[in-house]
Write a protein that binds this ligand. Structure first.
Ligand code: AMP
Length: 215
């Protein structure tokens, strides 16, 4: 299903709040798309842009793939960390926007002896963490958290965490060490499958403009 609330000549772009939005706005501006109101100030959930047929919705990162898969947005901008955890039926992922770059890392207070028991790993990224350890042939127990992962090894909730690391300052401030690199993460452009067919010219135009800006 393509976007049901946007007309056939309109595009709705869903963007993850926070760092991704901050880094996506200059890319969108370079492609000629600027919100008519400051997203940091406006309370509106749907923002008009300098292009009358393009609207932005600013939502939580984990909701972007859902909006795009179901066609509530034609296009989305979300981190690969979030996309790897998404369990839906899919969307196209035509472009690496190379923004909000960071690394998904395994971190802890130091090496832990796991000869007599399974390692316990706290993370928001359960599926990615499970895959990473399965590939290494290591059985672990996952403790699913929604935030402040760095606390888990400090209070004995887990041996390690898997979390996003940018400067490494958060790990350092909490006495944790980055131990293994799980994968690099950047934000991607994703596209609803039906929108790609029905709004082909507009969407390939948008992908082309953004690709030129990224390059
Ligand atoms: P840092 O202290 O710069 O290593 O940043 C680590 C903190 O920022 C952790 O709490 C991460 O979950 C969060 N973080 C780092 N990079 C990103 C990103 N690209 N998107 C969202 N959160 C991030």
């Amino acid at each position: 299903m393509a976007s049901t609330f946007a007309g056939l000549d309109e595009l709705v772009i869903a963007v993850s709040k926070g760092r991704i939005l901050r880094e996506a706005l200059p890319l969108l501006a370079a492609a000629g798309i600027e919100p008519c109101e400051d997203p940091d100030v406006s309370r509106k959930l749907i923002l008009e842009t300098s292009k009358p047929n393009i609207k932005l919705v600013i939502i939580r990162a984990a909701d972007v793939p859902t909006f795009v898969e179901y066609g509530a947005a034609d296009v989305g901008i979300a981190g690969k960390d979030v996309l790897l955890e998404y369990e839906g039926n899919g969307y196209y992922e035509p472009l690496d926007l190379k923004i909000a770059a960071c690394r998904l890392m395994l971190a802890g207070r130091g090496p832990v002896d796991n000869s007599s028991r399974r390692l316990r790993v706290a993370t928001k990224y359960a599926a990615t963490t499970r895959r990473y350890f399965a590939e290494k042939g290591v059985q672990i127990e996952i403790v699913k958290l929604y935030g402040s992962m760095e606390l888990a090894p400090l209070v004995g909730l887990a041996d390690y965490i898997v979390d996003l690391v940018d400067t490494g300052n958060t790990l350092k401030a909490n006495g944790l060490i980055a131990m293994e690199h799980v994968r690099d993460v950047t934000s991607r452009l994703i596209v609803n499958k039906a929108s790609m067919k029905i709004k082909h010219a507009q969407i390939t135009g948008l992908i082309g403009s953004l690709a030129a800006v990224v390059a």
